[in-house]
Design a protein around this ligand. Structure first.
Ligand code: ZN
Length: 416
């Protein structure tokens, strides 16, 4: 007998299944949301115990205090997974936002000590309590917009000691968060001033900090900004090798503004994902396809900075798993929430609405190494569920900015 403490029924249910195996979705499956009309999902103790359609749920036992609800034909789908954000910062960048015109300008702003350096200063000057309060608010805002798993990077400390401070604050935020947080140590975001003439020494120190990251269980993955004039492949190779050896996943900002061969490099070293990839070469795309490494498209920064967005069809036709993320950060992608990322993924990158939903759920889960646990409404997965205020999920892409997220459940508990 199935016992449930949460049943949502009478739904247009997007299961994002059936999945043949635990691999990310490519090819035809990249646009298949597994829709079931008159569907239901049942959960117990935070895990999904059954999904189906019609009235079979009537046989289930409702435990005391169970929430049993007819959603009236509205869409019920997996909670969104946002696999790339920089939520851990203080300070806004209004001036830069108001004056910047193009991606080329972004590198010029960076060289002039603006850009990320402005955020680094503000974040260092903010107290622990201030940073924690900001993190709490941003995680709460993400949950309101339907995100039930979010990756958050450090990266505005630059110097290893400051990065460790951010990671420790993230650990505190994670412990009390209503949704799941995947923490990433962004070890090489920009070269801090004291190391201007010695990037090798900087990488050595960032690599040394890995030991404490592992000892204190501060992060699941290590990230680096591999870009012209920032860090090149040879710079970051020792860092990534050490990270893998220590049992951490590796991910990178790859080929965002220029093709520097980072996508192929990500494939070679078995990265968890390759992110941005707007300028990935054909070789880079083939390498990602062969290794089945998700390409995380971040249309928000293309939109705000004004550079050419990644063309999703190049990845989809090559059978690269495609994921979407908000890339929320104060400099290049201040957008909030996955519905906006979905809308931009469709209008700017050329995904279909259903491909964008796959990219924001199951494929994004794979980009965080959680492809077997979340991202789909299937028996045995965490009950991370969103109810939309519509009977057509394509509205997520179409009615940009509309308040479509009506209810959000994380591990079976209502969080928004
Ligand atoms: Zn980023």
């Amino acid at each position: 007998m199935i016992e449930a403490d949460l049943i949502l029924r009478g739904a247009r249910l997007l299961t994002l299944g059936p999945l043949k195996d635990e691999r990310p979705r490519v090819g035809v499956a990249a646009g298949d949301v597994g829709a079931v009309n008159d569907g239901f999902v049942a959960a117990r103790d935070g895990m999904i115990v059954a999904t189906g359609h019609g009235r079979t749920h009537e046989r289930f036992t409702r435990v005391e205090g169970a929430l049993d609800k007819d959603v009236g034909g509205r869409v019920v789908m997996p909670g969104f997974v946002d696999p790339h954000t920089h939520l851990c910062y203080a300070g806004e960048r209004w001036e830069e936002f108001a004056t910047r015109r193009s991606g080329a300008d972004y590198l010029a702003v960076l060289a002039a000590g603006g850009g990320i350096h402005a955020t680094v200063r503000a974040t260092r000057e903010a107290s622990d309590d201030q940073v924690l309060a900001l993190l709490r608010r941003r995680i709460g805002d993400a949950a309101e917009l339907g995100t039930t798993t979010i990756e958050v990077k450090s990266g505005y400390g630059l110097e290893p000691e400051e990065e460790l401070r951010q990671l420790r604050l993230l650990a505190r935020a994670k412990a009390e968060a209503p949704i799941d947080i995947a923490v990433t140590y962004l070890a090489a975001h920009a070269l801090p001033a004291p190391f201007t003439d010695d990037r090798k020494r900087f990488i050595r120190e960032a690599t040394r900090a890995l030991e404490r990251v592992v000892d204190e269980k501060l992060a699941e993955a290590v990230d680096a900004f591999v870009e012209k004039g920032v860090f090149d492949i040879e710079d970051v190779r020792p860092l990534f090798n050490a990270a893998k050896k220590a049992g951490l996943a590796v991910t990178m900002h790859a080929d965002q503004l220029n093709d520097v061969g980072a996508s192929a490099f990500a494939a070679r070293i078995g990265a968890r994902s390759a992110d941005h990839v707007a300028h990935a070469s054909a070789d880079g795309i083939r390498a990602l396809a062969r290794a089945q490494i998700p390409a995380v498209l971040l249309p928000g920064s293309a939109f705000f900075v004004g550079y050419a967005p990644p063309e999703a069809r190049r990845f989809i036709t090559a059978r690269v798993p495609v994921a979407l993320a908000s890339d929320h950060n104060p400099g290049t992608s201040p957008l909030e929430g996955m519905p906006t990322a979905i809308a931009l993924g469709v209008t700017l990158c050329g995904l279909t609405p259903h491909e964008a939903i796959v990219a924001a759920t199951i494929n994004a889960a794979h980009a965080l190494g959680r492809g077997g646990r979340i991202g789909a409404l299937l028996h045995g997965r965490r009950a991370d569920i969103v109810v939309l205020d519509t009977d057509d999920e394509r509205e997520l892409a179409y009615r940009m900015g509309a308040p479509l997220v009506a209810e959000v459940y994380a591990a079976g508990r209502r969080v928004a």
